[in-house]
Design a binder for this molecule. Structure first.
Ligand SMILES: [Zn+2]
Length: 58
């Protein structure tokens, strides 16, 4: 299934952690806030992944 932006319905990168495109994200949250959101989401996803997968570094 193709992931689409909540606001403008453009197609998103499948690996995107947010439900909207960068352009809309900046418009809604501002660039600084958007960067913080993306960073938090990526960290949360990495932690979530580690709960389900074997640590690749061991
Ligand atoms: Zn958009």
């Amino acid at each position: 299934m193709v992931k689409k932006c909540l606001y403008c319905s453009c197609e998103l990168n499948e690996s995107s952690v947010i439900e909207f495109c960068r352009k809309c994200g900046v418009g809604v949250f501002g660039e600084k806030m958007l960067n913080a959101i993306v960073t938090n989401m990526e960290e949360a996803r990495e932690k979530g992944d580690l709960c389900h997968q074997t640590d690749p570094f061991q």
